[in-house]
Write a protein that binds this ligand. Structure first.
Ligand code: NI
Ligand code: MN
Length: 236
């Protein structure tokens, strides 16, 4: 299995058979060096309608066999632009996919969709995802402020392997709130996202690294474009 950080909130992982991208913001993402045409995907997950998350989702999902998982409003919007293969969820709902369960979980954020003519449309509720990719569990928080709802995501029997948490502030949690979220989630690894893409979300990760120097969570800072590999399918 591979896991690649494409910058901002764009997480790409998978194996030879299935490849998942969450919030595919490639075009216009100053941190992303990968072209949409080079991205091989089977499943696209979108956390909310903002352009830095919906990104290239529609283009990717118009490809044969690619499935979109998003909230109902985003799925309906995508269908109007030629996307056929969708699983529409709402908060608390789970999609049972070929690689495992994808559960839509709460986020505290907004979700406007911008139509090609510039019109702003309601994009449902913003959300996060708990994704089981075979035996690995990933939590992608989407854009969110710190919320007590995160406490519900901790499952002592099935620990989160990697939590992707926004840390840039202004539109989402900042590094200090992410430290609190980590205490509640107790994941094995935190990978910070949604920072340094734009001037207003430029931050220092030092407090984060300092906070995780001790304790049972490791902070892994991934450079945009970096990939980690491992035999993630095997149960330990
Ligand atoms: Ni947003
Ligand atoms: Mn955002």
């Amino acid at each position: 299995m591979f896991l690649t950080y494409l910058g901002h909130s764009t997480i790409y992982f998978g194996n030879n058979d299935y490849q998942v991208v969450i919030d595919p913001f490639l075009s216009g993402n100053p941190q992303c060096t990968m072209k949409v045409s080079d991205l091989k995907v089977s499943h696209v997950l979108v956390t909310h309608g903002h352009a830095d998350h919906l990104g290239d989702a529609l283009e990717l999902c118009r490809r044969e066999g690619v499935q979109l998982i998003a909230n109902y409003e985003i799925c309906r919007y995508a269908q109007q632009f030629g996307v056929e293969n969708v699983i529409a969820l709402n908060i608390g709902g789970t999609a049972h996919t070929v690689f495992g369960a994808v559960k839509m979980v709460a986020a505290t954020h907004s979700s406007t969709l911008e139509a090609p003519d510039g019109q702003l449309l309601p994009g449902g509720l913003a959300n996060g995802y708990m994704v089981d990719f075979f035996h690995r569990r990933f939590y992608h928080a989407g854009d969110t402020g710190l919320t007590f709802d995160m406490k519900l995501l901790r499952n002592k029997k099935k620990r989160i392997d990697i939590a992707f948490l926004p840390v840039g502030g202004q539109y989402t949690m900042d590094v200090h709130d992410a430290i609190i979220a980590t205490k509640w989630l107790k994941p094995k690894v935190v990978i910070p996202i949604h920072y340094n893409t734009f001037p207003e979300i430029t931050v220092s990760l030092k407090p984060l690294q300092r906070a995780y120097a001790k304790g049972k969570t490791r902070c892994k800072i991934m450079k945009p474009g970096a990939t980690v590999r491992g035999s993630y399918e095997k149960k330990k």
